[in-house]
Design a protein around this ligand. Sequence first.
Ligand SMILES: [Fe+2]
Length: 234
Amino acid sequence: MIFRQLFEGVTSTYTYLLGCSRTHRALLIDPVAEEVDRYIALLDTLELRLVYTLETHVHADHITGSGRLRERLGSRSVVHRDAGAMCADVLVTDGVPLQLGDVEIDVLHTPGHTNGCVSYFAGDRVFTGDALLINGCGRTDFQQGNPGTLYDSIHQKLFTLPPDTLVYPGHDYHGRTVSTVKEEMEGNARLGAGRRRADFIELMHSLKLDYPRFIEQALPANQACGRGTTPPQG
Ligand SMILES: [Fe+2]
C-alpha cells in the first residue's frame, strides 16, 4: 500500500493519501480545500489516479477539498450516512468495506464528536478523524457531540483493534504524527489508563473551549460537500 501523511498548518489538519501499487488507484482522507494543488501534484508524481475522497466527518474547522477534487479529477466523495452531507457520492455505514484495488478499508462508525464520525481501518492502521486524537480526543460540545457516546465508540470500536494498530488522527497541535492503540489505551490523558465513563463525561463537560474560528464558513460549506466555496483566510 502506498501511504503519505500530509499536514495543513493553519488548522493543524492531517490528510492521508492511500494508494494501491498494482492498480494505481488512490484515495485521500480529509483533504483540505486550500491544499488541492499540492495533492494533485503528489498524485501526478506517484502516478496515481484519485478515485475517492473520504471524510471522517463534517468538519467545523476547515473546508473539505472533496468538491474541488471532484471537479478537477472526477473523484467520488464519501461520508457516513449520518454525517448530514447527503450531497456525497457514496454514503457509508459501519461494517461495509471500501475497496481500492488490493487495499480494503473497513468503516467503523465512531460517533460522539459528531453523529456521523467514522474511522477508517486499513491493514495495520486506523484513521480516527476527530474521535481519538493522540493523547486526547475530539470535543463534544457542539455538532451533536456527546461524551458518553464518544467514550463508547473509542472503547468498543478503537480500543478493541489489535494493540499495535497505528493510530493516525485528524489533527495534532503538538507536532506528533502517529501513535498506537496500545499507547492510547495506556496513556491517553482523557480516556485511557482505565478512566471510567462517568469521569470522562464530567471531564468533557468541564472543558472551556474556544468557539471554532472557521465554523461559520466551514460547516455550511462541508454540508454542501465543499461545492462552490471560498476557503476561509487564515
Ligand atoms: Fe471535527
